[in-house]
Design a protein around this ligand. Structure first.
Ligand code: ADP
Length: 410
């Protein structure tokens, strides 16, 4: 029997998201066997939610203490076994792990060995929140199935094709090199998937298509993709740079930090929390959910003006990046909106491209209003630049890359 299943793990500091996919169906669409999430690992109120898609069964929930990632993965394995999908199955080909930071070392998905683990560990200073959790996930999965290939798929990998002119900050080169300060970019798995799917939607080869991808979730980033290769992206050394996000400021004069230190007396950690957790939409208006912001604007009550200003700042930044990446690419074939906001918020899409008719960019009001889970065009027929909504699927992309690597190696 050929092993065709891939387990995808996305380990956060206190969470573990997973999907089990069967890669026989290369689109993955019919091949999603189970999905789930363990939250609040390490607390007494941990929760596991498991949905067995293969059997069409109801979602199951478990609550109660789950001490660590090892216990979490054990609990996931037990749930999968109840559906006849146990992780001891010979049909499991590999485990694919989302790893946030691969630095300059990892340009491709990589089968994990001790050297790879050591390098992911070496990158912890540039990804202090994410890489330790990702490492724990890998080690836990190794302990459970030491015989299986564990594959690391890096959020940064897709962006390693950026030219030095885009990847470097204009600071002293020796200092930058000593501390590995450069623009790495994140959400790369999504940008890779969505740019390829956009080419597919246009009926063209990825090599022939230039795309601006706007990944607008709670975290948000834009990328400029020329012929399937990333040439610029909005996140930098960390995910703080670029677009206005749910709780992150995005671009900002770095002197704001000196000012807050010198005049505001704030500590580095306080400023870190301010810019990463208390800024962006939530800092501007108290809500980071675009649905809530739109509701406040539409209802027009006393809390509408702050929501309106937050929305306008969000859109202004987004439009600046569309313009910048249009200039970087020279020729743009498509602009693709993706992730929670990009896929669902028609007013964001409409506002982001408003006034860009001179660049050949426009959306059709009726097409933009359609709600669908499918990739679709929302620009008027015959537009110079196609505007598309392309649902992202990072788990499928991780599974696809993992499976391709494991099959190729055997
Ligand atoms: P994450 O970055 O956490 O993976 P997602 O891509 O799931 O985020 O996006 C989450 C965000 O998507 C929410 O914070 C919310 O603002 C937005 N969102 C989800 N559904 C809608 C909707 N129907 N309309 C507007 N915004 C939405």
């Amino acid at each position: 029997m050929t092993a065709t299943r891939v387990l995808v793990l996305n380990s956060g500091s206190s969470s573990l998201k997973y999907q089990l996919l069967d890669m026989r169906d290369s689109t993955g669409a019919g091949g999603r066997l189970a999905v789930g999430l363990v939250e609040r690992i390490g607390e007494t109120t941990s929760r596991l939610k498991h949905t067995p898609l293969a059997t069409g069964g109801e979602s199951r929930e478990r609550t109660g203490p789950i001490a660590d990632h090892e216990a979490a993965l054990q609990a996931v394995a037990e749930e999968l076994a109840k559906d006849g999908l146990g992780l001891d199955s010979p049909e499991l080909a590999a485990i694919g792990h989302r790893v946030v930071h691969g630095g300059q070392s990892f340009t491709e998905p990589t089968v994990v060995d001790e050297t790879v683990l050591a390098e992911i560990e070496r990158l912890i200073p540039v990804a202090p929140l994410h890489n330790p959790a990702n490492l724990t996930g890998i080690r836990t999965a190794q302990a459970l199935r030491p015989d299986l290939p564990q594959v690391a798929v890096f959020d940064t990998a897709f962006h390693t094709t950026m030219p030095e002119s885009a990847a470097r900050y204009a600071i002293d080169v020796a200092t930058a090199d000593e501390y590995r300060i450069r623009r790495y970019g994140f959400h790369g798995t999504s940008h890779a998937y969505v740019s390829r799917e956009t080419a597919r939607l246009l009926g063209r080869a990825p090599e022939d298509v230039n795309v601006i991808v706007l990944h607008l979730g709670n975290g948000a980033s834009a990328s400029a993709v020329r012929g399937g290769r990333c040439v610029d992206t909005s996140m930098g050394l960390t995910p703080l740079e670029g677009l206005v996000m749910g709780t992150r400021s995005g671009d900002l004069d770095p002197a704001v930090i000196f000012h807050l230190t010198r005049v505001g007396g704030m500590s580095t950690d306080e400023i870190d929390t301010l810019l990463n957790k208390k800024s962006g939409l939530i800092g501007l208006c108290g809500d980071n959910d675009m649905r809530e912001i739109r509701r406040r604007i539409d209802e027009g009550g006393a809390d509408a003006p702050a929501a309106r200003l937050a929305f306008d700042i969000y859109i202004h930044r987004l439009k600046k990046y569309i313009g910048a990446y249009y200039a970087v690419l020279g020729r743009v074939d498509a602009i693709a909106f993706t992730a929670g906001v990009g896929e669902n918020a028609a007013p964001v899409r409409e506002a982001a491209v408003a006034g860009l008719e001179g660049l050949g960019v426009a959306v059709d009001g009726a097409l933009n209003a359609v709600r669908s889970q499918e990739a679709r065009l929302i620009s008027p027929t015959g537009s110079r630049v196609a505007v598309a909504v392309v649902p992202t699927d990072e788990e499928l992309e991780i599974a696809t890359q993992t499976y391709a690597l494991v099959v190729r190696d055997n």
